[in-house]
Design a protein around this ligand. Structure first.
Ligand SMILES: O=C(O)CCC(=O)C(=O)O
Ligand SMILES: [Fe+2]
Length: 282
């Protein structure tokens, strides 16, 4: 049987069509031979793992109802419709927000490189979208994200898991809110998507590849032609339970004033979803 997700080489002349087809079919695309160096990803994983191991992280704790800074396990988000918090801690980096003095600028460099790549991928998507769907877009997709204050890099650490059974998951099933997400393959397995037949499918975790998925805002802007796919991070078994898992999703958001549909702007849509998340908090 054809695997659900096949990696597309960025250098393949057919890449724009193949990548868009994968996004349309599964909500996800996997890219190899792309312009984000693996050495940069490894550097970020190494130094942020060390940073999460220190108490320095607590000096960047998120303030009040703020969105940037460090979110400890005690305040990590609860996926929509879930009772339990995810088993994770993370740091939200915005271009305008705090950035730890304890790490190098590697994560900032990744932010820039991956943002530029995302704009190119959105051009690919636009080019291979049927004209009647494309006519819904109020501006070129790639321009929606230019200099957006809402684009955010989440540096995530899923801590080792204690022995015994778990009453929560590393990341419970959810859809991403934003337009497009760029996610370097993690150092550990666990990411799964829910396919159209209702089966959980492992997403390939080959070092150096990039996983890209579309979010609810692209679904909204395309009138449902592109579907944001439910995904989750399952807890490992055996030895892998003793290891942290690091993950670096960059969530590309349109600027808040960008009109997504007759119903909403990116700003109003985001506010609606964040309110829902806050209500979900236990
Ligand atoms: O850690 C991962 O592999 C995925 C994380 C994720 O889906 C998210 O933070 O939205
Ligand atoms: Fe996600």
């Amino acid at each position: 049987m054809e695997p659900v997700l096949v990696a597309v080489s960025y250098t393949d002349p057919e890449a724009p069509a193949l990548f868009t087809e994968s996004l349309r079919r599964t909500g996800f695309g996997v890219l190899r031979d792309h312009p984000v160096p693996y050495s940069l990803i490894e550097e970020i994983m190494r130094e942020w793992l060390a940073f999460f191991g220190t108490d320095a992280k607590f000096s960047y704790l998120v303030e009040g109802a703020g969105r940037e800074g460090f979110f400890s396990e005690a305040i990590a988000e609860t996926a929509k419709g879930n009772a339990r918090r995810d088993l994770k801690e993370y740091f939200h980096i915005y271009e305008w927000g705090r950035y730890p003095a304890e790490v190098s600028d590697a994560a900032r460099r990744y932010f820039q490189l991956a943002s530029t790549l995302a704009a190119e991928l959105l051009e690919w998507v636009e080019r291979h979208t049927p004209a009647e769907v494309r006519s819904r877009f109020r501006m070129p997709l790639s321009q929606m994200i230019t200099n957006s204050p809402d684009t955010l890099l989440r540096i995530l650490r899923y801590p080792p898991l204690p022995d015994g059974t778990d009453d929560a998951m590393r990341a419970a099933a959810h859809e991403d809110i934003n337009l497009l997400t760029v996610l370097p393959a993690s150092n550990e397995r666990g990411l799964q998507l829910l396919d159209s037949s209702g089966q959980w499918v492992d997403i390939p975790c080959d070092p150096g590849s990039l996983i890209i998925n579309l979010g609810d805002m692209l679904q909204e802007a395309s009138g449902g032609y592109y579907r944001s796919t439910t995904h989750r991070v399952v807890n490992p078994t055996g030895e892998a339970r003793r290891r942290s898992r690091i993950s670096l999703p960059l969530f590309l958001h349109p600027r808040p004033e960008v009109v997504l549909s007759d119903r909403c702007t990116a700003g109003s849509y985001l506010e609606e979803r964040l309110t829902e998340l806050r209500r979900g908090k236990k």
